[in-house]
Design a protein around this ligand. Structure first.
Ligand SMILES: C[S@@+](CC[C@H](N)C(=O)[O-])C[C@H]1O[C@@H](n2cnc3c(N)ncnc32)[C@H](O)[C@@H]1O
Length: 251
């Protein structure tokens, strides 16, 4: 919880990104065979995707790392209630300081290339390079990353906090992965419906809080956050920013 106490995102969302149950299941099938494999999810959030991987692969083990202690606490509770706690380690950590116990056969970086920090224009490249050091030879990377579905207009760029050159086309993204030594096994992208489900859930807790706390000293601050997010979405990225899911083979 933050101050004031706003419900965490996991109360309104299944995944912290535009991802349907159906697509998640297909992406997990693309990572098989996972028998006895170790799966690392960097920036795992509340680790719903990682837990589904482990449910689909009963002899696999997993590690999830995220800065967000509230999300990791939810991940641990879900792992326990679903009988997965013995097969998954969930850590509150900054991936830049975190040392893995062993190389991973599969790394997942879904909406989290920013975890390695630095210039936003270099986030994707930095992540592609960093993951090579976390992966076993011939491991796989599942990368969920932004791209421009269409060229953003000057008005859209002015309405959202994303530099034009942070992303290219989906072909540019795949080329970048190949420049880092990966081979593309599969690519797909989030639909507008998946984006809308995600964005609708993203704003709900703020709206509930504003409805329930009209006289709070924090109301102006929370309304400003909700309004900014709505502007980013509806005047900025909706229908223009894409999220591509790349399944990549490392050498
Ligand atoms: C958009 S969310 C995606 C969460 C998750 N992958 C999913 O799809 O549900 C990005 C996540 O990256 C995490 N993150 C950002 N920087 C990080 C860092 N330096 N180390 C670990 N996690 C980080 C955030 O806390 C957040 O949970």
């Amino acid at each position: 919880m933050t101050t004031p106490e706003i419900a965490p995102l996991h109360e309104d969302l299944t995944f912290h990104g535009p991802l349907s149950d159906e697509r998640a299941a297909r992406l997990i099938r693309g990572l098989q065979p996972l028998d006895g494999k170790h799966v690392l999810d960097v920036g795992c959030g509340w680790a719903e995707f990682l837990l589904r991987v482990l449910e689909a692969a009963p002899t696999a083990t997993g590690t999830g790392v995220d800065l967000d202690a509230t999300a990791i606490a939810r991940a641990q509770a879900n792992a326990s209630s679903r009988g997965l706690a013995a097969r998954v380690g969930l850590h509150v950590a900054n991936v830049r300081q975190w040392q893995p116990e062993k190389p991973a056969d599969v790394v997942i970086v879904n909406g989290a290339t920013q975890a390695w920090g630095g210039d936003p224009l270099r986030h994707t490249a930095n992540a592609l390079a960093a993951v090579r050091k976390l992966l076993s030879p011939q491991g796989k990377l599942l990368l969920g990353e932004g791209f421009w579905e269409r060229e953003p207009t000057a008005e859209q760029l002015a309405a959202m906090p994303i530099p034009r050159d942070q992303y290219g086309t989906v072909a540019d993204l795949v080329d970048l992965a190949h420049e880092h030594g990966y081979r593309l096994l599969a690519v797909e992208q989030a639909s507008l419906d998946e984006w809308d489900v995600f964005e609708n859930g993203h704003g709900l807790a703020w709206e509930r809080w504003l409805r329930d706390n009209p006289g709070s000293e924090h109301a102006g601050e929370i309304r400003a956050k909700a309004d900014a997010q709505r502007t980013y979405r509806l005047r900025g990225w909706r229908g223009t920013l894409g999220l591509a899911y790349l399944t990549l083979q490392a050498p």
